[in-house]
Design a protein around this ligand. Structure first.
Ligand code: P6P
Length: 341
């Protein structure tokens, strides 16, 4: 018999009752987000059978080569959400400015910022990819400008991702903990399978791209060297390393079993005048809200990510997030390193 678990819609309605927050429009909005994720899950699952692999032959606003699915994923999300009457505007990693809701459609009072296909370099090799989304309020009756998206991470009303891997899973928070839903393709519903995700405070697993070790600054050099010294080193235990090449893949693993994810500032990024690699509005902020809601931490090394007041739509930040004890250790190493951070 098909598992009759709680659907995403039922969960959002129950959360609304539990926390006395009217959720009509919000429930409908998350339903539309889920529909877009289902459409993408189907395309990712079919891969070359749907003719969606390979390069798009163009660059995005970040100057990165786009995959066909980067472009398709952005289009799927826009088409699935622009007519909802629930959004005042949409911002995407794949679009320079925000996307205004066409005059033909009603505007709502939510703003959506999203990364349509995070980790898309994995798509041609059947690796984990995902969609990351962040929802904030736009209470002004007038149409939003880019500046209206520049809200600190603590202003988010919802954050989440959809992981496209061996199973497709949506993981979301509305500020009352973190819940995970697995897509049951036989009924086309995201079913509640992980009702209260918590990140262990301690871990023996870290995630960083070690190819950039020569560029790391003192805190990360110290942290990784101590982990790699193993049981005979200052940590007195052996560590493991994982790097998925997709933030969604790494963050999901950490939410499930602990770990610390690092994409920190390094000498290479400094030389390029970049404040980090990952983007604040649609990568660091939503993942940071999920981590904090799950009992973890999300930090730049010098400040909590969710406290940052954004100053640009595609602003980049250093990212350290995951098991609280390890993030606290790295923050302490940043403090002790002074300016070399
Ligand atoms: P690198 C994917 O391009 C991404 O934005 C994140 O999903 C991922 O964690 C990171 O960049 C991978 O970066 O430098 O290891 O390719």
């Amino acid at each position: 018999m098909t598992q009759r678990g709680t659907t995403l819609t039922q969960y959002i309605i129950e959360q609304g009752r539990l926390h006395n927050t009217s959720r009509g429009a919000f429930t409908a909005l998350l339903n539309d987000v889920a529909t877009a994720c289902k459409r993408l899950s189907n395309l990712v699952r079919l891969g070359e059978l749907a003719g969606v692999l390979g390069a798009a032959g163009q660059e995005n606003v970040q100057g990165e080569d786009q995959k066909k699915l980067d472009v398709i994923a952005n289009e799927v999300f826009i088409e699935s959400l622009e007519r909802s009457g629930l959004l005042a505007g949409i911002a995407s990693e794949e679009m320079d400015a925000h996307y205004p809701i066409p005059a033909a459609y009603p505007r709502g009072d939510y703003l959506l910022a999203f990364d349509p296909l995070d980790g898309s370099s994995n798509i041609d090799v059947n690796g984990a990819t995902g969609t990351i989304f962040s929802i904030t309020h736009h209470r002004d009756a007038s149409a939003p400008g880019d500046a209206d998206f520049l809200q600190a991470g603590r202003e988010q009303v919802c954050a989440g991702y959809c992981l496209y891997s061996s199973a497709s899973m949506m993981v979301i928070t509305t500020g009352h903990g973190v819940a995970g839903f697995t897509l049951d393709n036989s009924v086309g519903e995201f079913i509640l399978t992980h009702p209260d995700i918590k990140v262990p405070r301690q871990t023996t697993e870290y995630a960083i791209n070690s190819a950039y070790a020569r560029h790391w600054l003192a805190p990360e050099k110290r942290y990784v060297q101590e982990c790699n010294a193993g049981v005979d080193g200052p940590r007195g235990q052996n560590f493991n390393m994982r790097w998925a090449g997709s933030m969604v893949g790494d963050v999901h693993r950490i939410l499930c079993r602990g770990g610390v994810f690092m994409y920190p500032m390094d000498a290479r990024l400094k030389a390029d005048g970049k404040a980090g690699k990952l983007r604040l509005l649609y990568e660091a902020n939503p993942m940071g809200m999920l981590m904090e809601q799950a009992g973890g931490m999300a930090h730049t090394g010098t400040q909590p990510i969710l406290d940052i007041q954004p100053d640009a739509l595609h602003q980049r930040v250093p990212v350290i997030m995951g098991s609280a004890d390890e993030v606290e250790r790295l923050v302490q190493y940043h403090r002790e390193a002074g300016n070399d951070t």
